[in-house]
Design a protein around this ligand. Structure first.
Ligand SMILES: Cc1ncc(COP(=O)(O)O)c(C=O)c1O
Length: 397
């Protein structure tokens, strides 16, 4: 008899469950419950539901760029359109040849940058990021063999830079900022983060993918404080409803942009040519973003009203398209379920699927995130289901 082969040792990194995969059981139960009654209204993931502009899709279909490899940096047309948009929207000038390059959507950039920077600065092993945030900042640190160190929030939701331990500052490879924040919508003073980074000689990476969905004030970029030591990261996924085709860019300090570009060329990271053609068209137009802003504002206030009526009030965010809902005390009393119990009650009673706040770090565990990425008629379906009800924890099954 042949001896069974021992499985490989697994003392190393084990990927944790992907946050949204953890909603699977709840989703199946609710899908069954609402199968004959309009189905589940999925507001758990921030994936756009609205169409991109027709000329943008047309540009993708007719670019004629399918045959050859695209460059990692991005075509001149793509980079010039992105730089033109930065100038129009934020009043900042960047050189599209030396200070800006394409990325394949921004998630891959967020997930890979620590790994690449550490190759250049191996004695720095710490990634600083907002304590309540998009999970990929911490995951990118782990994938790069670094320590993810969360920066606590101030009461206004911005990072408490003064609380960062000096030993973490000494080891910091980079710091992430995200304004408006996913999940809380809080706005950060990006100039202050840039000054902090320059003072400590720590590169600042500013994820600005929701910049045009800012409700309390104008859109902001870290680049307004100059390019020295900072990189702004932008995406077409949210502004132009192009999450399915994967396009973004990074722009700022030519040394950082240039280093990352050289590595990313070797790694084969390229935005497909037809997508770049669409991206150039998208960055050249702002009217579709204005229309999208109105959609999100309408949905945010409608859904906030529906939730308040169901005993779950949520403040309107300063930016972004998420309601960051504090878990009412009735869901935390005498139990540990908290946001998971609220998610269960909301989806089993209203058919509205949302994400428990712990997906965005332990400090978010007392909140639920609701993405307003469903059309009004779907949100109205939720309103009908919840009419006259006050949500309370469901009895144990
Ligand atoms: C804060 C933040 N950054 C980056 C991303 C990634 O976006 P994309 O990879 O589609 O550009 C997301 C997506 O939800 C996000 O919320």
């Amino acid at each position: 008899m042949t001896r069974p082969v021992d499985p490989p040792a697994t003392a190393g990194f084990e990927p944790p469950p992907y946050p949204y995969d953890r909603l699977g059981v709840l989703t199946s139960r609710a899908a069954e419950r609402f199968a004959a009654d309009g189905g589940v209204v999925d507001c758990s993931i921030g994936t756009p539901c609205d169409p991109p502009p027709a000329p943008v899709v047309e540009a993708m279909a007719t670019s004629g760029t399918e045959r050859g490899y695209p460059t990692s940096q991005g075509s001149a047309a793509y980079r010039q359109a992105a730089a033109g948009w930065l100038e129009r929207r934020f009043g900042v000038a960047v050189d599209p040849d030396t200070e800006l390059a394409a990325c394949v959507g921004t998630k891959e950039f967020v997930a890979s940058t620590a790994q690449y920077l550490r190759l250049r600065t191996p004695d720095r092993d710490t990634v600083l990021y907002p304590a309540v945030s998009y999970p990929t900042y911490a995951m990118g640190a782990l994938l790069g063999g670094c320590r993810p160190v969360p920066v606590p929030e101030l009461p206004d939701g911005g990072p408490d830079l003064a609380s960062i331990d000096p030993s973490d500052i000494d080891r910091a490879l980079l710091i992430w900022a995200n304004s408006p924040s996913n999940p809380s919508g809080a706005l950060t003073d990006l100039g202050e983060v840039a000054r902090w980074g320059r003072r400590h000689r720590i590169p600042v990476f500013s994820d600005e993918c929701y910049a045009e969905f800012t409700w309390d004030g104008p859109p902001a970029t870290v680049l307004s404080s100059g390019a020295d030591g900072v990189v702004a990261v932008h995406s077409l996924s949210k502004r132009s409803n192009l999450a399915g085709v994967r396009a973004g860019f990074y722009a700022g300090d030519p040394d950082l942009v240039g280093f990352l570009l050289e590595i990313r060329k070797h790694a084969g990271l390229m935005v497909p040519g037809p997508v770049q053609a669409a991206g150039a068209a998208a960055f050249s137009d702002d009217s579709h973003v204005d229309a999208q802003r109105h959609r999100y504002q309408e949905r945010l206030s409608f859904l906030a009203g529906v939730l308040a009526g169901a005993g779950v009030p949520a403040p309107l965010p300063a930016g972004g398209f998420y309601l960051w809902v504090p878990v009412p005390p009735v869901f935390s009393e005498g139990g540990t379920g908290g946001a998971w119990d609220l998610a269960e009650a909301l989806v089993m009673e209203g058919g509205l699927l949302a994400s428990p706040g712990e997906f965005y770090g332990p400090d978010g565990a007392d909140h639920l995130r609701v993405a307003v990425v469903q059309p009004m008629d779907r949100l109205e379906t939720v309103a009908h289901r919840l009419a006259g009800r006050i949500l309370v924890p469901l009895p144990p099954r």
